[in-house]
Write a protein that binds this ligand. Structure first.
Ligand code: GAR
Length: 194
């Protein structure tokens, strides 16, 4: 028997969607306390959209290139979300910055995964920067989205070592494995508190 009253997720992606797949796998476990209502992509060519469709999950595309302002882009996202039952927005490799106005409409209901141990290495090229700084540890962070980029309250982090000879690619792969553990765990944690 599965759980009733599961947390309804909208997963936002822009590309590959491997984090989305890890959440999808978790949601397929009968006792996982969340389910995916919709996958939304700003990129009509995101591979993750095909994976979602193949799994029979509703998907929506809101192409930012068809909007001349962030406000118009985000209004369209809100319109699409209204078609679905959504408790929590899960940013999983969504590479558009959301405005504070959008975030305020979903207070404590938007989470993000970032490939660094925040507050270190906000923004892009996190692995390259950590290696160049001679760090011995890297990792990923699941956090609430806030008006300031990559700065909301931290839900959980997972660490990996940085090894001699690591390249941004080898480190990214090691961190990504932990992302795939971290995101389902964080969603489970939130489901018990929301
Ligand atoms: C992940 O590594 C995620 O942490 C990162 O993009 C990748 C998406 O991979 N997100 C960011 O850099 C956000 N600032 P995926 O599409 O396979 O889940």
């Amino acid at each position: 028997m599965g759980l009733k009253n599961k947390l309804k997720l909208a997963i936002f992606i822009s590309g590959r969607g491997s984090n989305m797949l890890s959440i999808m796998d978790a949601c397929n476990e009968p006792n996982f306390p969340a389910e995916i209502s919709v996958v939304l992509s700003n990129n009509p060519e995101a591979a993750g959209i095909i994976s979602a469709s193949n799994a029979g999950i509703a998907s929506e595309i809101v192409n930012h290139k068809e909007h001349d302002s962030r406000e118009s882009f985000e209004s369209e996202i809100q319109r699409k979300l209204k078609k679905h039952d959504v408790d929590l927005i899960v940013l999983a490799g969504f590479m558009r910055i959301l405005t504070p106005e959008f975030i305020e409409q979903w207070p404590d209901k938007i989470i993000n995964i970032h490939p660094s141990l925040l507050p270190e290495y906000k923004g892009l090229n996190t692995h390259e920067r950590a290696i160049n700084d001679g760090k011995s540890e890297a990792g990923c962070t699941v956090h609430f989205a806030s008006a300031e980029l990559d700065s909301g309250e931290i839900i959980l982090q997972r660490k990996v070592p940085i090894k001699n000879g690591d390249t941004p690619q080898t480190l990214a792969a090691r961190v990504l494995e932990q992302e795939h553990v971290a995101y389902p765990l964080a969603i489970k944690l939130l489901a018990s508190s929301l």
